[in-house]
Design a protein around this ligand. Structure first.
Ligand code: GLA
Length: 400
């Protein structure tokens, strides 16, 4: 694999090498960093993500048939797929040969997206076989939405193949449904929405109750930069714990007598404290305070008050660590060390947690030293090498 090429060139070169022609349809979809508003999306709350300068590329063309071929240009991993025989999520074996597709494999995301797109056509005709190559610069499983970027890129080429053009929110919803049903991950809507709707130099304040989005200008690069710090760890319990938090939130809402924790307030929580358990209480408190922080953060960003923004990021991390309990020692080390560095406005974990990435908002002239100090502490305490990069708010997914 030639991973030195940027993903667009990599996807194109792999496609040409394997199929002897240029791809007919290509699309890119970005990963994301969430500035604040964590685990609020599936509670109908507020999130404040940016799309970043790391993309998944999908390149596709008609296959001579009868099988479709999915290839990862990054790993060489190849699947032969019979798109003429759609399998339900529980029954992938029938559709995939050789080997078995399993829920959660990258091919299952593409398969699910194409399946749901084709179903929208309400036609009896079979889907034509397709050759599809993906290449990505979003670190896999690093909490930067590598999955959503894969789904959205696959969706865009799928739409081109089928002559469709979905509105952005419908595209995001279809991708999330594929992730739920075909990959078995009960995620919220944030990652898909920001990958679809991202706006250059802006964060999006998304209200996940009605999916409305307000663009909030990011600070100019001369004032602050977002640095992504990848812990390089992914704890095995991540998937199960995500579902467990979601279930605890649902129990908390039921105990408080409301439909979702979006409607919860501190007063209600205090009044009904005896109607829910300790875990439900902590989860509810995180969601209530995180929604308040996210709205305040959007205002702080809009006013250019970076000190206030940073404080809210720090408080968000503390709440995720102590109340929601989705951080881990590696992320805490990165965040605590970064927070102590000169020029750092604030730092927190980003994404689902249990590993993955932390982010810091830093003055550009201090970014290098802040990362170096954090990397040194990380190596000393955890014996691991930190990989870090600055990023900025980018436009959402597009056909190429
Ligand atoms: C993952 C999910 C999102 C969201 C975050 C936590 O990234 O895919 O929907 O719940 O975790 O904020």
């Amino acid at each position: 694999m030639n991973n030195a090429l940027e993903p667009g060139a990599r996807a194109r070169a792999t496609f040409r090498g394997r199929f002897g022609a240029d791809p007919q349809w290509m699309a890119r979809a970005p990963g994301r960093v969430n500035l604040i508003g964590e685990h609020t999306d599936y509670n109908a709350g507020f999130v404040l993500p940016i799309a970043i300068d790391r993309d998944c590329i999908a390149a596709a063309g008609p296959a001579p048939g009868p099988l479709s071929i999915f290839i990862s240009a990054d790993t060489g991993d190849t699947w032969e797929v019979d798109l003429g025989r759609w399998a339900e999520p529980e029954d992938f074996d029938a559709a995939f040969a050789p080997g078995r597709i399993h829920r959660g494999s990258w091919a299952s995301y593409i398969y699910g997206v194409l399946r749901l797109l084709h179903a929208r056509l309400a036609t009896d005709s079979l889907m034509r076989p397709v050759n599809l190559v993906i290449a990505s610069s979003v670190p896999l499983g690093g909490g930067l939405s590598s999955s959503a970027s894969l789904e959205v890129a696959a969706c865009l080429v799928g739409e081109q193949m089928l002559g469709m053009n979905l509105p952005g929110p419908a595209r995001a919803a279809l991708c999330r449904e594929a992730e739920h049903r075909y990959a078995g991950v009960p995620c919220g809507i944030m990652d898909q929405l920001i990958s679809v709707l991202g706006r250059e130099n802006h964060a999006l304040l998304i209200d996940c109750r009605d999916e409305s989005a307000r663009a909030i200008p990011m600070p100019p690069a001369s004032e602050a930069v977002v640095v992504v710090m990848n812990s390089g760890v992914r704890h095995a319990l991540a998937g199960g714990e995500y579902a467990a938090r979601k279930a605890a939130c649902e129990r908390a809402a039921a105990g408080l007598g409301i439909a979702t924790l979006r409607e919860a307030t501190r007063e209600l929580l205090e009044r009904r404290v005896h109607s829910i358990g300790e875990e439900e209480f902590r989860c509810a408190r995180h969601i209530i305070t995180e929604n308040t922080r996210t709205l305040a953060a959007a205002e702080a960003l809009a006013r250019g008050n970076l000190a206030a923004m940073g404080r809210l990021m720090n408080e968000s991390h503390a709440s995720l660590r102590h109340d929601y309990r989705v951080s881990c020692p590696e992320l805490d080390c990165l965040v605590e060390t970064a927070q102590q560095q000169p020029g750092v406005f604030g730092a927190r974990m980003t994404g689902a947690g249990f590993g993955g990435c932390a982010i810091a908002l830093v003055r550009p002239e201090d970014a290098h030293a802040a990362v170096a100090a954090t990397a040194a502490a990380y190596a000393a305490r955890h014996g691991r090498e930190l990989s870090a990069f600055p990023t900025s708010a980018q436009p959402g997914a597009a056909r190429l």
